[in-house]
Design a protein around this ligand. Structure first.
Ligand code: TRP
Length: 372
């Protein structure tokens, strides 16, 4: 149920229409300012579209991380995926961004697959099914193009021996009443879920273990994952580590009405395995910000602010300038929805065909990417 703000965000559900400014206040994170963007740009040369357009919009301690970096201290990246379904277009966005940071800052990356979490969370799911998705998701991760020399994938059930010593140190310092408050657990929550946050927190400190000294760690993730980092940050220094740093993204709109793109609503999500016909069909059937009739649209204009077709064109395929022009055209009734859908179909098809080639190649690279 959405709370009094009209929305609710937890690591497992996003409901209602999210007010990101309120969320930043509620979670106690910082908005990414233009000043901070300038500082990042000094190191990256250009600014990624996702930063300029504030798709990544919030952070914790990025200035601190840059201080360290400027003092010659390298940071690790850590991100992850709960393998409960196929990968869609939306999932690729934070990962593409993570690759950009990896390339620009020459960072090592730990990529966690929380197969345990998804098994524990979903009542009806078998471990066999989760393992199948784990493998399929790894192909997608590799296809994004991470540097094989500096990227390691951890599958929780497989690589737990690397995480467990850290996880118990964390678990010992976090009480039930804390996770109850932070994650909304209750008495009927299974005990696997209750201790799981320690497992997701562990990779924050693994870089320090690997390097043998406190090592900064930056986590790019959607803001729904922030509760994990909040509890991790609270105990980090007591354990002799740096607090993990975060950069938070917004959620991705689905092609249905206003919600996040979701694997559980396959008709609203473009999967990385969809063929051109499926892509065409899903985008053609997408929700838009349009009027019920052409005549009305010409007269009143449409609403790009709520339109997923506009959104994906803007963030994935267009320059800011041509997207701004599209925005004006759309609002003034100069553009019809089928035209934008057509443009998105034309851009998505070749993108996915290219991606699918890399995904095929990834089948031979899995072992190279797995943590030993
Ligand atoms: N819990 C995340 C999910 O369900 C997966 C995850 C694990 C993750 N570690 C992470 C996501 C670190 C972002 C960053 O998708």
């Amino acid at each position: 149920m959405p709370d009094q703000d009209g929305f609710k965000v937890t690591p497992w559900t996003v409901e209602g229409e999210v007010d990101y400014n309120k969320l930043v206040q509620e979670f106690g994170t910082q908005l990414i300012t233009d000043e901070l963007l300038e500082r990042i740009k000094k190191h990256t040369g250009d600014l990624h579209q996702f930063l300029r357009l504030k798709y990544f919009f919030s952070h914790r301690d990025l200035n601190w991380l840059l201080d360290r970096y400027e003092n010659g201290e390298k940071f690790y990246l850590y991100t992850g995926r709960g393998p409960s379904g196929s990968i869609h277009f939306g999932h690729l966005m934070p990962w593409t961004f993570t690759k950009y940071i990896q390339d620009k800052f020459d960072s090592k990356l730990l990529f966690q697959l929380t197969d345990d979490e998804k098994f524990l969370y979903h009542d009806e799911t078998s471990m066999d099914k989760i393992s199948k998705y784990t493998y399929e998701n790894i192909l997608d991760i590799i296809a994004v193009g991470f540097n094989p020399k500096s990227t390691k994938i951890l599958i929780d059930t497989k690589h737990i021996r690397h995480l467990y010593p850290i996880a118990i140190e964390i678990a010992k310092r976090v009480t039930y009443s804390t996770v109850k408050a932070v994650f909304g657990f209750h008495d009927s929550t299974n005990i696997g879920m209750i201790s799981f946050p320690a497992v997701q927190a562990s990779p924050c400190f693994l870089p320090s273990k690997i390097e043998g000294k406190p090592t900064p760690c930056l986590i790019p993730a959607a803001i729904d994952q922030d509760p994990y980092w909040r509890i991790t940050r609270d105990i980090a220094e007591k354990m002799g580590y740096y607090k993990p740093v975060q950069i938070h993204s917004k959620f991705l709109p689905g092609l249905g009405t206003n919600g996040k793109m979701s694997s559980s609503q396959p008709e609203t999500a473009i999967f990385t395995t969809d063929d051109p016909e499926q892509i065409q069909k899903k985008i053609s059937n997408s929700f838009t910000g349009g009027q019920p009739t052409v005549a009305l649209q010409r007269k009143l204009g449409a609403n790009p602010d709520i339109c997923p077709v506009f959104w994906y064109l803007r963030y994935m395929f267009e320059s800011e300038k041509s997207s701004d022009e599209r925005y004006i055209q759309c609002k003034s009734g100069g553009l019809l929805c089928h035209e934008c859908k057509h443009d998105l179909i034309d851009a998505t098809k070749p993108y996915m065909i290219e991606f699918q080639k890399k995904r095929e190649k990834a089948k031979d690279q899995v072992n190279e990417f797995l943590f030993e």
